[in-house]
Design a protein around this ligand. Structure first.
Ligand code: BGC
Length: 883
């Protein structure tokens, strides 16, 4: 128990207390990493105040529009996040440079101006588009794998170029080149959206790619999600169409202001390239004998069998600019071990389960065929490929014999730690192979570590599973024949995700697709985008915890990123979902019909029936109904919709009453006497106040009787530690956290896991693979406990939208002696480091972001307000540690 608090030392931030010379950070636009090609005509602006300052009294913005400078008046406002665009809307292609200066802390003088930041509109008007889809005109068998095309065009530039932009997308995937040089560095563009409604284009600055004289533009094409085979149980081909086409518009502005536009049209040519086949699941086959490195230069115009293209159709109203960052290579990893297993055969271990592909450099005789087979785990020393199901994940390279050849597949991705190489000519060394890691290139915003290395590895595994599954859309897994936007997985993981990375733009974009795929009656599909016709999941039915993504995830993003417009945009989707739940539940207010996944992957469920958990699936459904109705009411209140706020509060209260009548016994015990039932009742606040302590005690008893091994699935796992913490059983939460026997969070860590597994026992204690048909080693859902690590062990608790108000409340326990947590909130850095010394002194260092308020709550002490900046507190603790 805490007995005394000594000195509270507030250290001035670097640069001095009011730091008059410090300037705010550069402005950023919407949720984008840069402002090029923005699709919003009035982008909102965000900046950060100098560390340690705040609140802001006023700001002034300066807009430079083509040499015309325009300043707003001084605007009295404390807002620094997503503030309204201050001038006339952007026109298509318009480039504006923005600076901000601020008044803080009663200073009479403003800060210096921020560094300038540029925003440039993309093509905002469908009439801006001249490009049409172009691709192969040769006959193709649309029921089989098809050889991808490349398309190209030569053009002349007669006058010097002052600026050039390429606006580009595809039916399928593309990588563009101009004059032999790659354009951009993103992968798997244009990503996956509900293509008939929204197809993303990107804007690239290609000024430096062009020269006076003859130029060439071209693109590699791949099948991707558009027409490749995708989905489980054999998948579906040609989901969106049978063509594979480029849509590209190169706009060149000359020094005299005149423009030249080169757009995909009937004047382009197509030819098969050296990629023989390419599929996201299958892998890629490449024949270097057919490679012509000069294909996208003028010199290639006479070579190869270039034929006229086939011209297709695309409604330009469906072309949209990105709302978040693209997929990119973010890391390279050298093999940790190379084992020769036979003539030309090697087993590579990268020491980390990752998502990406191999880049190899090989030198051998012509016609040598090298195959690369990928797997997450080994069984009997060999790659275990059964968990991949029908995603074979094999890349093949045929050498030309013309010397060393460096190759990496373009239009596929694999989830793997191991690779088996076959047919390698000569000796394979570590310099010949690199694993390249790919995912949506979000900004990292959250870090956590503590005195327990196993917990740190668990956290690291959560980060890796997020990286591997945030690949344009939030997926369930990256390796087998799924990689789908399962709604339940991200619903439970979003609080963790939004701490670790700035995922607002990416998830906002995906939620738009959820809305597009929502059925007219409000049903939210199990996964988005939907693949039509997947057996067993058709027709689409509503399911609790999965469909609740419609209400809960916009709310989480609003809380973490402070974006009220995002909440407003997705509100109708949540409302349609809750209205559907209401109809399904009927006057009794219990959602107790239909197909439900329940507490999916409860460890008690048999491997082949993960929905058969111990907790009544309709208890889960009604709990989520209440939770969604309550969140919808909260959202309505934030949006100023008092009528809805009242209506859905009443609905939520009714559902809670019905829930109690049906599932809670007068004693506070529940009809499903399971950890998940109590966790739902407590964390979703469904129990009467007098029932809470009985429920909390019962939950703790169940956990202890179960030897502190986890007994929850997708639904209970994200909640159980909070349920224990909130009812005075922090010590039991720590016991659960630190259990290493199977099933537990740390069991996989003790087995050498480097990502979060789908099942508690994807690899069983006897070393064998789980026999279930779904056995992924890279699934983030059960990693949702990291949110509790950040808020409770780490102690950073956001309590206002955008984390503008924070509580710093470390809850030490479980022999953990220190923890360090840091979060880049939209306002700036929040950090908390605590340490408990052997003499029972607890030292706490807190960083409150600029412009924010903090409250520190140390064990047993009254709350204490802190302003922006760094603070050190120390507390004498006597008796046993807080647990
Ligand atoms: C996916 C899950 C998903 C589940 C729902 C699985 O195959 O991998 O993570 O939520 O299906 O049934």
């Amino acid at each position: 128990m805490t007995t005394d608090t000594t000195a509270h030392l507030a250290r001035p931030p670097a640069g001095g207390p009011s730091a008059p010379s410090a300037r705010p950070g550069p402005v950023s636009f919407e949720h984008l990493p840069d402002g090029l090609g923005i699709g919003v005509a009035a982008p909102r602006l965000t900046w950060q105040l100098p560390a340690g300052t705040g609140p802001q009294d006023a700001y002034e913005l300066e807009l430079d529009r083509g040499g015309h400078r325009h300043r707003t008046a001084r605007i009295d406002s404390a807002e620094t996040v997503l503030v309204p665009w201050p001038g006339a809307c952007l026109a298509s292609r318009e480039r504006v440079t923005v600076r901000v200066r601020v008044w803080t802390g009663d200073a009479a003088q403003p800060s210096p101006w921020s560094a300038p930041a540029a925003v440039e509109a993309g093509l905002l008007d469908p009439a801006d588009w001249r490009a049409v889809p172009v691709g192969a005109a040769w006959p193709e068998d649309h029921d089989a794998e098809r050889r991808p095309a490349r398309v190209r065009k030569d053009f002349r530039i007669e006058r010097s170029v002052s600026r050039a932009r390429l606006y580009v997308t595809a039916h399928g995937l593309y990588e563009a080149e101009i004059n032999g040089r790659r354009v951009g560095d993103d992968a798997l563009a244009p990503g996956w959206t509900v293509y008939p409604e929204r197809l993303r284009y990107r804007t690239y600055d290609v000024t430096g790619h062009l020269a006076e004289g003859t130029n060439t533009i071209g693109a590699w094409l791949g099948d991707g999600w558009y027409r490749g085979r995708y989905g489980f149980d054999g998948g579906t081909r040609n989901i969106y169409g049978t063509d594979q086409s480029l849509i590209a518009q190169l706009e060149i502005t000359h020094d005299d202001g005149a423009t030249t536009v080169i757009a995909t049209d009937a004047s382009w040519s197509a030819a098969p390239g050296p990629i023989l086949t390419s599929g996201l699941y299958e892998g890629e086959a490449f024949d270097a004998r057919l490679d012509d490195p000069a294909w996208s230069t003028p010199s290639a115009s006479d070579t190869g069998s270039w034929e006229p293209v086939r011209v297709g159709l695309r409604d330009p109203r469906t072309l949209v600019a990105p709302e978040g960052p693209p997929v990119r290579r973010t890391q390279e990893i050298a093999p940790a071990a190379i084992t020769r297993t036979g003539e030309g055969r090697y087993l590579l271990d990268f020491g980390q389960n990752l998502v990406g592909r191999l880049r190899i450099t090989a030198d051998g005789p012509a016609d040598t065929t090298i195959t690369l087979r990928h797997a997450e785990v080994l069984q009997d020393g060999k790659p275990a490929t059964r968990p991949l199901r029908e995603a074979v994940s094999i890349d093949t390279l045929v050498l030309s014999g013309d010397g060393p050849y460096t190759w990496e597949p373009r239009f596929t991705l694999h989830g793997f730690r191991y690779a088996e190489v076959d047919g390698w000519p000569g000796e394979l060394s570590a310099d010949d192979v690199t694993a390249r890691v790919y995912h949506t290139d979000m900004r990292r915003t959250g870090w956590f570590e503590c005195s327990d290395p196993l917990v740190n590895r668990l956290h690291e595994n959560v980060v890796w599973s997020m990286r591997g599954n945030f690949v344009d859309i939030p997926t369930d897994c990256p390796q087998r024949d799924e990689r789908l936007g399962w709604t339940g997985d991200i619903q439970v993981f979003a609080p963790t995700a939004s701490f670790l990375y700035d995922c607002a733009g990416m998830l906002d974009s995906w939620l738009t697709d959820v809305r597009l795929e929502q059925l007219p009656d409000g049903t939210v599909p199990w996964y988005v985008p939907v693949i039509p016709g997947a057996p067993m999941w058709t027709p689409i039915q509503p399911g609790a915890a999965w469909g609740d993504v419609a209400t809960l995830t916009p709310w989480v993003l609003y809380q973490r990123f402070g974006d009220l417009q995002l909440l407003r945009r997705h509100y109708p989707m949540g409302k349609a979902w809750v209205d559907l739940q209401e109809r399904l539940a009927g006057p009794g207010r219990l959602w107790d019909t239909g197909f439900q996944l329940g507490d999916w992957l409860d460890p008690a469920a048999p491997p082949e029936d993960p929905a058969a958990g111990l907790t009544d699936r309709y208890l889960v459904a009604t709990a989520y109904f209440a939770h969604s109705a309550r969140h919808l009411a909260r959202a309505a209140a934030e949006l100023g919709n008092a009528t809805d706020a009242e209506r859905y509060t009443e609905l939520a209260d009714d559902v809670v009453s019905a829930f109690r009548r049906a599932y809670v016994l007068p004693s506070g015990r529940m009809t499903s006497d399971t950890p998940t039932a109590y966790a739902l009742g407590l964390v979703f606040d469904l129990l009467a106040p007098e029932q809470r302590s009985t429920a909390g005690d019962r939950l703790a008893r169940l956990v202890l009787d179960g030897d502190a091994r986890i007994a929850t699935g997708f639904v209970g796992t994200p909640l159980i530690c909070d349920a224990l913490t909130d009812t005075g059983h922090l010590d039991v939460a720590y016991r659960l956290l630190r259990q290493t026997e199977c099933p537990s969070w740390l069991y996989p860590v003790t087995q050498g896991a480097t990502t979060i597994w789908e099942r508690w026992d994807s690899l069983r204690p006897d070393g064998s693979l789980n026999p279930g048909g779904m056995t992924s080693f890279n699934h983030y859902a059960l990693g949702a406990v990291a949110d509790w690590l950040h808020r409770v062990v780490g102690g950073i608790v956001p309590v206002a939208p955008g984390s503008r108000a924070l509580v710093f409340r470390p809850r030490p326990g479980g022999d953990i002696t220190w923890a360090r947590t840091r979060h880049q909130t939209p306002y700036g850095t929040a950090a908390l480091c605590w340490e408990q010394a052997a003499d029972a002194t607890m030292t706490v260092q807190v960083t409150v972001p600029a412009g924010c308020t903090g409250t520190v709550e140390l064990p047993g002490r009254p709350p204490h307000a802190l302003g922006p900046g760094e603070h050190t507190l120390s507390t004498a603790v006597d008796g046993p540690k807080a647990a």
